[in-house]
Design a protein around this ligand. Structure first.
Ligand code: 13P
Length: 250
């Protein structure tokens, strides 16, 4: 097993209300959560402070998006400074839903990553190919281009604050998980790309997590792969079974 700490993110997306969030907080508090796993919940922005106040301090809270500057006339946006101000220390950026539903470009995502890191947040940048790209044999080309746009913007000395999420778009919310072998193949190539284009040290220490229809049933097999350092979980993070996914290495 690698020396990288296992990392699980629960991405709640645009789900939940106070009552439902209370139920999630309850099952996470009861756990028990393996102390060898770093756990972070991605919470809708209007509930960030609520979740932060109620979740155990050992569980991180992430915004699901933020803008690329600290403040100003950007109606509807929130900044890393605001996320930090309410006690949260993480942000998910470049999720495929931001890319594909809201039209975010590689450039914008890179700029957001740079600003969030410079403001002292930890960042989970997301990359992943669409089904037609995979079928056309373009998986590597697509994920390397997405990764390059992010890596170029990561400031010196900030790599410890980055957890990369590989989420093939065809596996998100579809029930079609990448097989452990399919996921490992891409994770291994991403790590090799980091070794060649950033440094062997960054490649060795940076966690690369898998997202896309991760469940309590498939999480253990995925976690066994050498370059899969955890998961980013959507639908299954809203249910008590999520605790099994968090504890997938036990
Ligand atoms: P699902 O686990 O619902 O497939 O979502 C994955 C995801 O997009 C996590 O960010």
């Amino acid at each position: 097993m690698s020396s990288r700490k296992f990392f699980v993110g629960g991405n709640w997306k645009m789900n939940g209300n106070k009552k439902e969030i209370d139920a999630i907080i309850d099952f996470l508090t009861v756990g028990p959560i393996d102390s060898n796993t770093e756990l972070v919940c991605g919470v809708p922005s209007c509930y960030l402070e609520y979740a932060r106040q109620k979740l155990p301090a050992s569980i991180g809270v992430a915004a699901q998006n933020c803008y690329k500057v600290a403040k100003g006339a950007f109606t509807g946006e929130i900044s890393p400074a605001m996320i930090k101000d309410i006690g949260c220390s993480w942000v998910i950026l470049g999720h495929s839903e931001r890319r594909n539903v809201f039209g975010e470009s590689d450039l914008l995502i890179g700029e957001k990553v740079a600003h969030a890191l410079n403001e002292g947040l930890n960042v989970i940048p997301c990359i992943g190919e669409k089904l037609e790209e995979r079928e056309a044999g373009k998986t590597e080309e697509v994920v390397f281009a997405q990764l390059k746009a992010i890596v170029e913007k990561i400031p010196e000395g900030k790599w410890d604050s980055v957890v990369i999420a590989y989420e093939p778009v065809w596996a998100i919310g579809t029930g079609k998980t990448a097989s452990p072998q399919q996921a490992q193949e891409v994770h291994g190539k991403l790590r090799q790309w980091l070794a060649e284009n950033v440094s062997p040290d960054v490649a060795q220490k940076t966690r690369i997590i898998y997202g896309g229809s991760v469940t309590a049933e498939n999480c253990r097999e995925l976690a066994k792969e050498a370059d899969i350092d955890g998961s980013l979980v959507g639908g299954a993070s809203l249910k008590p079974d999520f605790v099994h996914i968090v504890n997938a290495t036990q």
